[in-house]
Design a protein around this ligand. Structure first.
Ligand code: UDP
Ligand code: MG
Length: 324
């Protein structure tokens, strides 16, 4: 298979209007200087800030010697869907997933690309974040997430501080694209497809413009999605909780019989019953909730909906300028 470009940048964009031009300029400057052919694939994930119009403008004004594509989603489908769409469109021999906000720099990507070229035995170079400036609570949350994930998902392991910022060979993208699941968790998917990965340290810069899109709620959702998507361990826990609770109930029953029949004690019924009903009612609802989570996920997957809807796919290729 021949690829027209050495590397494709896949850049998910959600409300990044102030970063697009900056990113494009810095990326091409850096790769032009080394004579490495670069393609940029921007994926506009339903932005509401004019990213859509700006991408149209930028694609049409960019010379075809600087190949660019812009996939425009019909609404916000999330970063994972944007990465998927970008990888589908990318035509480089290698692919780099990189954010639009320049926290992950094209210069670091170049360094990672060169490393991959120098080491044919590796398929992926993954950037590993040196200490990120975040709150203690967030650090603790992330630490416990990785500990839990790696503790219960015994067949794969995700390294604690490796980000989505990676350069990899096209075969890796093909492997990732062959996984059809709709509820994607790319850290887990990278671990699942395997391939030999080299981790390199990097320090994220401050965002060039705009704000991070992560909220506490979205982080929880992301973490739960990761765990539910890669293990059925919580379902097994439900069985164990059930067994332990039944055993506890049985022992308690024996104790009541012993107290009443042999020692003649009048065991007070109402408070005992109230506690037991609350305890087991709560347990049953929790277990049902866990089962419900898995059921709802297979219900959603069962619809086989596409990961995203693109309303426009623009390119600045000489032959087919405009829509693809
Ligand atoms: N992003 C996206 N869709 C979303 C949220 C984010 O495409 O729903 C993009 C965003 O534009 C950026 C990248 O994903 O290029 C990382 O987002 P962000 O900077 O908010 O995350 P952080 O760097 O804080 O982890
Ligand atoms: Mg960012």
């Amino acid at each position: 298979m021949t690829y027209p470009f050495s590397l494709s940048f896949v850049v998910p964009c959600y409300n990044e209007v102030d970063n697009i031009r900056l990113f494009k300029r810095r990326a091409f400057e850096c790769f032009d200087a080394e004579g490495i052919s670069l393609e940029i694939v921007f994926v506009n994930d339903g932005s509401q800030d004019g990213t859509f119009e700006l991408l149209r403008e930028v694609v049409s004004e960019t010379d075809p010697s600087h190949p660019m594509q812009a996939v425009q989603f019909s609404r916000n489908f999330g970063k994972e869907a944007a990465l998927y769409a970008g990888m589908e469109a990318a035509r480089g021999e290698c692919i780099c997933l990189i954010d639009a906000d320049l926290q992950q720099t094209p210069e670091d990507a170049l360094r990672m690309y060169k490393l991959l070229m120098d080491k044919p035995e590796y398929d992926i170079v993954a950037a590993c974040q040196i200490e990120r400036k975040e709150s203690i609570v967030l650090k603790l949350f992330k630490h416990s997430f990785y500990k839990t994930f790696n503790g219960i998902c015994t067949d794969i392991e995700i390294p604690a501080n490796v980000s989505d910022f990676r350069v990899f060979r096209h075969a890796v993208a093909d492997a990732l694209l062959s996984l059809p699941e709709g509820q994607r968790f790319s850290k887990g998917l990278f671990a699942w497809v395997g391939f030999k990965t080299l981790e390199v340290p990097y320090e994220p810069d401050a965002r060039a413009n705009g704000e991070s899109k992560w909220s506490v709620k979205s982080l929880f959702h992301y973490a739960a999605n990761g765990i539910l998507g890669f293990t059925t361990w919580p379902l097994k826990v439900a069985v164990w909780i059930g067994l332990v609770a039944s055993l506890g109930g049985f022992v308690y029953l024996l104790w009541i019989i012993f107290e009443y029949a042999l020692r003649g004690t009048d065991v007070p019924g109402f408070p005992t019953l109230a506690c037991l009903i609350l305890l087991f009612g709560g347990l049953q609802l929790t277990v049902l909730g866990v089962i419900g989570e898995y059921l709802s996920r297979s219900y959603i997957e069962g619809k086989h909906r596409p990961l995203y809807i693109a309303k426009e796919h623009l390119t600045n290729e000489e032959s087919g300028e405009g829509e693809k």
